[in-house]
Design a protein around this ligand. Sequence first.
Ligand code: NAD
Length: 503
Amino acid sequence: MKDSVNADYLKKTTKALPVVVAKGDGIGPEIMDATLKILEAANVSLDADHIEIGEQAYLSGNTSGIPESAWEAIHKKKVILKAPITTPQGSGYKSLNVTIRKSLGLFSNVRPAVSYHPIVESKHPIMDLVVVRENEEDLYAGIEHQQTDEVVQCLKLISRPGSEKIVRYAFEYAKKYNRKKVTCLVKDNIMKISDGLFHSVFKEVAKEYPDIQAESQIIDIATARIANRPEEYDVIVTLNLYGDIVSDVTAEISGSVGLAGSSNIGKDYAMFEAIHGSAPDIAGKKIANPSGLLHGAIQMLQYFGEVEKAALIHNAWLTTMEDGIHTGEIYKEGHSKQKVGTMEFADAVIARLGQVPSHFKKIEVKEGEDFRINIQEKSHAPKEKKLVGVDVFIDHRDRDANKFGDALTDSSKDFLKLKMITNRGVKVYPGGMESTFCTDHWRCRFISKNAEVIEGKPDYKAIDYKEVLELMMALNKAGFDIIKTENLYTFDGKLGFSLGQGE
Ligand code: NAD
């Protein structure tokens, strides 16, 4: 006989929760109907608008997959419960998820990864971690260019306010959910300025949370460790791309990709969903597992402050799972008792509303508990910015670095001093190595004519932007093919640019 919770939990939510519901594509409508049925049975009242986004919108010519009417509803309600959508094959379709996240400022992607062993097989029976992924910046800014015949670039943009928001969110999350540790994952041994900024913000913000352990790890070895010993991790905070990869690793090794939900949270808007896709292979068969979307909906209830409803549904779900009532993809002889379809699973959860699990840890609600997280942006005094040089990127086909460097020195000597040339980041002039392979993409660093090198370190002098323009004119006149320039600044005297390898 299972324990049951206070029947008061079944009473109606005090106010209807404003939400936009997107049933999505593939299995989307089936799992959304099942999820909504459970919410209704739990007496969660929704003030819902339904929107059509995804495949149909894409195919009718809307490249973002979101028609104007859907945006209107989203701006009105501000919270989206979204089933997975299908992105049509072929170029020209923009990722709907990325568009929503960026347009609505959903800076935080929260993906819990929990092991439900032995009900759902996992090599990591005690895994219970959360990945908090930065959602707006990094290489996902989508700023890419082909610069030469041989070289393309993708800009990695990391901002201080963006880093601060997500790091603070991770610590606040840890505090609210009684988690003990936040681990920051970066690659600042290589990307000292961009990942370095994220890391230094992490160390700064961590000081405000002395009760939570803060640690930092390099992303590559950390990912290997997570895959091997996920039980050592609690809350993970990281940049967009690393978070994308690490959260897929954690979902996969938990054994529960099909069971996990995720939330995308911003200052004014939020979106809740399952982490899996639209599973076109089983669409319409009524066998899909609605658990991932249900977990998204549980996170949505917490976001609205409806913690008791969230716990009520979560406990009923855990009870259903441990009672062995499973959809086909997790059904296993020995562990499972009954194989059910999407709606039967939902009905089994509904039948257990009010019960709490005995094998899994039950979800308890403490008096006054509130999981809502409100991040305040902090202001910082601006630093003193000084222009000290310029990197000029040049398209040059001849791979001979010395010949190129000498010609460039000759054409620039009356304007700025050519300090070095790198090719894909490695110094090739002056004094490069024969063995370094050079492409047609050269980064040529110019500093003040008056800068002196003291003990191997240049004493950067301020330059005027006019000197850069004069240099550009001279290089253009001499026939060099300039791709772009990047100004070199110091901020409060600290270099705002990296040195070339070997510089
Ligand atoms: P998928 O997650 O849809 O499916 C992978 C496998 O898992 C399939 O075998 C599928 O049957 C199974 N599966 C997924 N969800 C399940 C569920 N709830 N119950 C039972 N089995 C389930 O991944 P995919 O096949 O690579 O992608 C299909 C489509 O989904 C693509 O168009 C992709 O772009 C899209 N997608 C959308 C989202 C989103 O909207 N957030 C996320 C990922 C993929």
